[in-house]
Design a protein. Structure first.
Length: 296
């Protein structure tokens, strides 16, 4: 049986993560304090940014700006509340894309495990699919989607964003599930055959439990990819209400309020952490499934 991780291990990991954040903040402030005003330039390329308040606001200014109103208008909500609402919209779309990517990825893995010919035919195309630039692909998906009409069903713009999110999410799931389903040793598959177990029984009792260690990292990577895909697609398609559009909108206001433009960037970071944390909760359930199947 697998040993459960102690609370001390979890606290250690949290502490290391917190120290990493503090280290990044310290490096930021040290470079701002001692770095060249015009940044680090090599030839005609600037590899490190300028240290002015416009290019690099202080960490404390960026954090305090989150609790100030978005605009000077009366009744304007605080920036963190506006960012949270936009992040929730993007998270919902990314979740839809993640679920679709999970279904497509596992289905492709099952087809490839079932047939060696299918694996040799599909796997190169699955890998090649990730070379398509999203900036060019997202408007095409939106254009195609806008032409879909099935009865009373009407394609919504957010669906195009979800499709792009699923496009990035399915790849790690397909590869991770394929490697996991193929991971059982030949002696184990032969044992299942000696019990007269069919392909489906072998899949449920042997291959799926064995694939959990490969599938969990793939699901986490798929969640991160879905968030990135949703944000990029929002920028490319111009979908309003999400964190991607907010990043572009606030970046245009950076000259007058540089700290404000970092608000949605922080929101995107938290969004990725929430997505990964949600998958970690699902991972606990899959871990129990693996132990139950292995020990049965």
């Amino acid at each position: 049986m697998r040993r459960r991780r102690s609370p001390r291990v979890a606290l250690t990991r949290i502490g290391i993560g917190a120290l990493g954040i503090l280290a990044i903040a310290a490096i930021w402030e040290l470079y701002k304090a001692f770095g060249p005003a015009d940044g680090v330039v090599i030839g005609d390329s600037r590899i490190l940014p300028r240290t002015s308040d416009l290019a690099m606001p202080h960490i404390v200014d960026m954090v305090s700006r989150l609790f100030e109103p978005v605009t000077r208008a009366d009744g304007s909500p605080p920036l963190w509340l506006e960012v949270s609402g936009a992040a929730a919209v993007t998270l919902g779309i990314a979740a839809v894309g993640w679920v679709v990517g999970l279904i497509v990825g596992v289905a492709l893995a099952l087809v490839m495990v079932r047939s060696r010919l299918a694996e040799s035919s599909l796997l190169p195309w699955i890998v090649l699919s990730q070379t398509v630039p999203l900036i060019a692909f997202a408007p095409v998906v939106r254009s195609w989607g806008s032409k879909i009409e099935i009865g009373a069903f009407e394609w919504q713009d957010w669906m195009s964003v979800a499709v792009i999110a699923s496009y990035l999410a399915f790849f790690p799931v397909a590869i991770g599930a394929l490697r996991g389903l193929q991971s059982p040793d030949a002696i184990h598959t032969e044992l299942m055959r000696s019990y007269a177990a069919g392909w489906w029984a072998t899949l449920v009792k042997l291959r799926f439990p064995a694939s959990v260690p490969y599938l969990l990292p793939a699901l986490r990577l798929a969640a991160a990819n879905a968030v990135v895909g949703a944000i990029v697609a929002e920028v490319s398609t111009g979908l309003r209400g999400g964190i991607g559009r907010m990043i572009v909108q606030y970046a245009g206001q950076a000259s007058g309020d540089p700290a404000k433009s970092w608000g949605p960037i922080f929101g995107a970071i938290v969004l990725g952490l929430v997505a990964a944390g949600s998958v970690a909760l699902i991972g606990g359930t899959l871990g129990n499934y693996r132990r139950a199947e292995v020990n049965s």
